[in-house]
Design a protein. Structure first.
Lengths: 211, 211
DNA sequence: TTTTAAATGATACAGTTGTATTATTTAAAA
DNA sequence: TTTTAAATAATACAACTGTATCATTTAAAA
């Protein structure tokens, strides 16, 4: 057992807190503030107070506000990516799985609603030119549709590229509406819409109860 | 010819500029700033500079920033409402007209893209509790679908309420995607998607060329 | 012309912002 | 314990914010 491992560049290691964990904690406080007050309310002081750290402490982890906001947004992307990829790795039967994945893309729990709200704020303000970036949703939908088509599960006459665009718009539109009016649009209604939409494409329709 | 009409409550009328026109000019400058820099960049000084008026002059028309922002948003609503109502009053044949109306809801010209971008900014920041308000789009789509159904132009098996929700999400999703990636999503692609979508509902499909 | 009040411009001020500086506290290693 | 540097806290500062005040300019009516 050596006294100082490779990544320990100093002989003395005083007061070590998990650097990444602290940064993530501050980033999540940033989300909370953004959801509550919007980007304009996401001041370093408000974030520090929400995270329960002092201004100097926050500044110790993020040397500028822009760096903090970029980190907070990248963390959203990371979380969403993980969620999507986990779903795509699922190994169930194609039709039901595809619908379940689509339903998971709609932000229903508080956590994913926060993520989506923050994401929208960033995209709208195009802070780090997020407008140009991809959010991964389109790629996921593309994979789903292509997979279904290549598996021969879609009606032969469907135009895959067209249906990708249509489904992508439908999912983002539903997600947007849920975010803006969560009470008006119930989870059951969303489910009905998506199941019905996919059933118009499937060669062999699935029962809504089987989802 | 009386020397002082009814709406002239003072005997003297010095330097009259069109009050409403000036307010709208300033409100439009507000839009420009919001599109360029987001709500956070919509400071009274930036708006005054964009409108080409002094700070004191701006304040002469709007006694607070909040009043200005509310006015700017109400003006967006007014403009959008006028656009939608004008479309709904059209008296052509049902199927093509409905598709043309839907296509008009997608912001393609710079003007309507500005309006939509500003609208989104306001809605996201829920400044005047805009989240709860209706934007008129849903009502318009509801009228379109109901009209088509009652005219017997839709397939008998369609669930109207379900299709309203589906079409509403599709249109808003397309609008969102156009706003975020105007280059990726061409007007022709939008047209194809909407025509195809409506043709799955129409008893008698329409040719894309006839739109 | 003179008179009038709307319209405008200039400046000021208190509060908040991001950031910088500096000192203090904390805990891990010797 | 002592030593060390990371972690934290306190304070300061210049820039910018919304708003207020007040003098000036403008053009319509007399």
């Amino acid at each position: 057992m050596v006294s100082c491992p490779l990544f320990c560049y100093n002989r003395y290691m005083p007061k070590i807190v998990d650097h990444e964990k602290r940064k993530k904690q501050i980033a999540e406080a940033t989300w909370t503030i953004i959801v509550k007050k919007g980007i304009e309310g996401a001041t370093v002081r408000a974030i520090a107070a929400e995270a329960g750290v002092s201004l100097g402490s926050l500044r110790h982890y993020f040397s500028s506000q822009e760096e903090l906001l970029l980190y907070a947004m990248d963390l959203v992307k990371e979380r969403v990516s993980i969620r999507i990829n986990r779903l795509l790795q699922s190994e169930d039967s194609p039709e039901q799985i595809s619908i379940r994945i689509l339903l998971e893309l709609i932000p229903y729990d508080a956590e994913s609603q926060t993520e989506m709200s923050v994401w929208f704020h960033f995209v709208m303000n195009s802070l780090p030119h997020a407008r140009e970036e991809e959010d991964g949703i389109r790629e996921g939908i593309e994979r789903i549709m292509t997979g279904l088509f290549e598996g021969g599960l879609l009606k032969k006459e469907v135009d895959v590229n067209l249906e990708i665009e249509r489904l992508y718009a439908l999912v983002d539109g539903l997600a947007l509406h849920v975010m803006l009016h969560p009470k008006r649009l119930s989870k059951e209604k969303i489910k009905k819409v998506i199941v019905h939409h996919m059933n118009t494409l499937f060669h062999q329709p699935v029962e809504e109860a089987n989802i």
